[in-house]
Design a protein around this ligand. Sequence first.
Ligand code: UD1
Ligand code: UDP
Length: 379
Amino acid sequence: MKARTRILVIFGTRPEAIKLFPVVHALQADDRFECVVCVSAQHRQMLDQVLTITGIKPDHDLNVMQPDQTLDALTANLLTGLGKVMDEVKPDRIIVQGDTATAMAGALAAYYRKVPVDHVEAGLRSYNIYHPWPEEVNRKIIGAMASLHFAPTQTAAAALLKENAPPARVHVTGNTVIDALHWVTARIEAEPSLASGLAELEQRFVGKRIIGVTSHRRENFGGGMEGIAQAIREIALRPDVAVIFPVHLNPNVRKVMNESLGGLENVALIEPLDYPHFARLLNIAEIMLTDSGGVQEEAPALGKPVLVMRETTERPEGVEAGTAKLVGTDAAAIVTEISTLLDDTEAYEAMARAHNPFGDGRSSARIVELLANEIGHEA
Ligand code: UD1
Ligand code: UDP
């Protein structure tokens, strides 16, 4: 019998964990593969929240996170740490997701060992190397080394082909975040208590219109974060509005938000939510205000208008479909856009259409079949 193909799946942050757990589950259920999981723990608590709910027990944990870590120290630690794991595990292939420092360093360490790199969520491009920063360059570096490119959409695939990726290596799979959302929705249906922790807050804000907020982008640190906080202060003056804001653990985010928004009656600054509770927030919110990548994909799938606090997006599909809008980080512009959605029913209805350009929930199954096909060709 042919030995199973050993695939090392590497991730380190919350969004990578959310987008890779469906792939890990699918690989673990498939006899053709031996799935080895290595977490860098670039994020600690926010990663562990995902591991706990999804039941994934990493085989290797580098525990690299440092408070307020710099990109260079983080990257150096990741590269040496992931290289050592690869020397021990000797994988046949590795999988990385997206554009984080962990994904970039993982791909580089594999390339140094001539181990094929398979890239989930390949081909996202904003065409601005400082927005998002440093993710735009991270994903281009991974793209230069990838063996198989799993593009979530046709737009992403077209970007890769324009950069001369071999067409036979580029596959449109959908985004695994929709698999994750389906999985967590089913889990909550089976066990509602998994997402019942917001009940007290929901009671406090009963009758109000909920705006869900997330923010963490490095390029928004400083002036951008100030603008976002100012906009929330202003919009929260409305008596009919309540803001629920699970604050990212990055100290650069927490300091500004705590100082500017702490203690406001209509604003709940809360700790990062685990995935079932965040799914609950997406459901109860009327509008999502975010600079997150993943939330731009999840909110349209649930028919929630999403205002994106960025100058550019590498996820144009939501904007093209009319369910997402780029609003930048200027306080006045954000307030105007939220007010329009709150006061103009037609404008709201035009955005609040369930739209799923990012996937159908079967992306991880496609990825596993493409991997099996690849191995078949190699054998
Ligand atoms: C990282 C990714 C970004 C991704 C984001 C998702 C890079 C360069 N950035 O950005 O692409 O969109 O994650 O959230 O890879 N912290 C904790 N506990 C945690 C997580 C973070 O305390 O569980 C704090 C630490 O002080 C840490 C800091 O946040 O040093 C920054 O974490 P880091 O992963 O470097 O950057 P993010 O801004 O989270
Ligand atoms: N998310 C979560 N809890 C929160 C905030 C976000 O589980 O308190 C999830 C969200 O559903 C999405 C992902 O985290 O799937 C987005 O992560 P983040 O915004 O940190 O990173 P990005 O997507 O911008 O890389």
